[in-house]
Write a protein that binds this ligand. Structure first.
Ligand SMILES: Cc1cc2nc3c(=O)[nH]c(=O)nc-3n(C[C@H](O)[C@H](O)[C@H](O)COP(=O)(O)OP(=O)(O)OC[C@H]3O[C@@H](n4cnc5c(N)ncnc54)[C@H](O)[C@@H]3O)c2cc1C
Ligand code: FES
Length: 375
């Protein structure tokens, strides 16, 4: 635990000479503030002991390294704050019923708590896809990356026309409501609309109800076809948005999405398609060059080409290892190897202890020989 610094200590520490900037890697930070956003969502703000300018691309995420019940656990959370306020950064976490880490954070993470974070990383960001007009779409806690983008555009007086459409379950589930209303009231290039799936007894709600559909979108953002779209939310929400955009013949190269959980069905289908193509190519390769990967728990076995990852092998076998970052940073795709070896090029998403215990990150591990994996 770390005590809050005095004002004098702070002024001395914050001299430009002492201040470092954040780069992708493992960093030690401590919690400086906890904010109850809604009944089941909290924001946790972090700073480094020595001042660090937390620069990142709005929309990117970090992976927390925690120890829970004696076990090291990694989980990724989007940075909900903006790099325009760089001396600290925040994550905003929703309690996931029955979930290990989200509940642990809500119940245990308090001011002064020290932990390690990995990152920042992520391709879902508004810097790599600059646009004059954006449509920020979010459902539930999927608001976090687009909130970071909106805060960034707002704070930096960016010449970007923003339409922000958030879908919440009920009025009491709306995250960042007052701040978004504030932005809407301050600048003309920001418009904010809310859609509540349902309204419970005793709740007052005069806004849109139900789900985001073509008629609501046409009313809220009649010019959506001209906008760069950033979308984040639960899988069914994102599937509905994509269907809607497909039907409108939206140029999907201008659609960007992030999902927080299980791999969406269409991504699975795409992965299967890729795996099928790879299988055809594999058929043309000499048998001697192929590696056989066996998944012991499910009793499945596939052959893969040199250079393919363990994760691809699993997909080919119709097995879905949970995957988040796809770049060896979040630890989500960890599996234990029972036989054989692989070359792993990770980015800090696995501990030395795990490696010693035979675990690998399947998204960035390329088998060197035939392998047996516990999955
Ligand atoms: C890039 C990225 C960014 C993210 N950003 C955010 C963010 O900004 N805010 C946020 O709140 N979340 C975010 N997430 C999601 C977050 O990483 C966690 O997945 C989420 O908090 C749930 O983690 P958990 O440990 O609480 O749940 P887990 O323990 O992982 O469980 C997840 C779900 O599975 C169920 N479950 C667990 N074990 C079993 C079992 N044996 N059988 C059946 N069901 C089971 C649980 O009930 C729960 O519903 C992000 C994820 C990614 C990949
Ligand atoms: S999916 Fe994040 S490390 Fe593999």
């Amino acid at each position: 635990m770390i005590d809050a610094p005095s004002v004098a200590e702070q002024s001395e520490a914050f001299s430009p000479v002492n201040t470092q900037t954040w780069a992708n890697g493992r960093h030690s930070v401590h919690c400086v503030k906890v904010i109850q956003e809604t009944w089941d969502v909290k924001t946790f703000c972090f700073m480094a002991e020595q001042p660090v300018m937390f620069f990142f691309k709005p929309g990117q995420f970090v992976t927390l390294e925690l120890e829970i019940d004696g076990k090291q656990i990694m989980r990724s959370y989007t940075i909900s704050s903006s790099p325009s306020v760089p001396y600290s950064f925040s994550i905003t976490v929703k309690r996931d019923l029955g979930g290990l880490v989200s509940n642990w954070l809500h119940d245990n993470l308090e001011e002064g708590f020290q932990l390690a974070v990995h990152g920042p990383v992520g391709n879902f960001n508004c810097i790599d896809f600059p646009a004059k007009k954006v449509l920020l779409l979010s459902g539930g806690v999927g608001i976090t990356p687009v909130m970071s983008m909106a805060r960034w555009f707002f704070d930096t007086n960016a010449d970007v026309d923003m339409t922000f459409v958030h879908s919440a379950r009920t009025p009491r589930d709306i995250v960042f409501h007052r701040e978004l209303e504030h932005m809407d009231s301050r600048i003309t290039n920001f418009s904010y609309s809310l859609i509540c799936e349902k309204v419970e007894l005793g709740q007052h709600w005069a806004g849109y109800r139900g789900y985001l559909d073509p008629s609501k979108l046409a009313m809220i953002a009649p010019d959506f076809m001209d906008r760069e779209i950033f979308c984040c939310g639960p899988v069914p929400y994102m599937q509905a948005v994509k269907r809607l955009l497909d039907e409108a013949r939206f140029d999907m190269s201008r659609y960007h999405e992030e999902f927080f959980g299980e791999m969406p069905v269409d991504v699975r289908e795409e992965a299967i398609e890729q795996a099928d193509i790879a299988q055809e190519q594999a058929d043309a390769i000499e048998d001697a060059d192929l590696h056989t990967i066996s998944f012991s728990r499910s009793g499945k076995e596939v052959e893969i080409m040199p250079g393919e990852t363990l994760y691809t092998a699993a997909t080919k076998a119709d097995l879905y290892i949970p995957k988040a970052c796809g770049m060896g940073i979040c630890g989500t795709c960890k599996v234990q190897v029972q036989k054989g070896s692989a070359t792993m090029e990770h980015n800090g998403g696995i501990t030395e202890q795990d490696i010693e215990d035979g675990f690998v990150l399947s998204c960035c591990s390329v088998p060197k020989e035939n392998m047996v994996v516990d999955f």
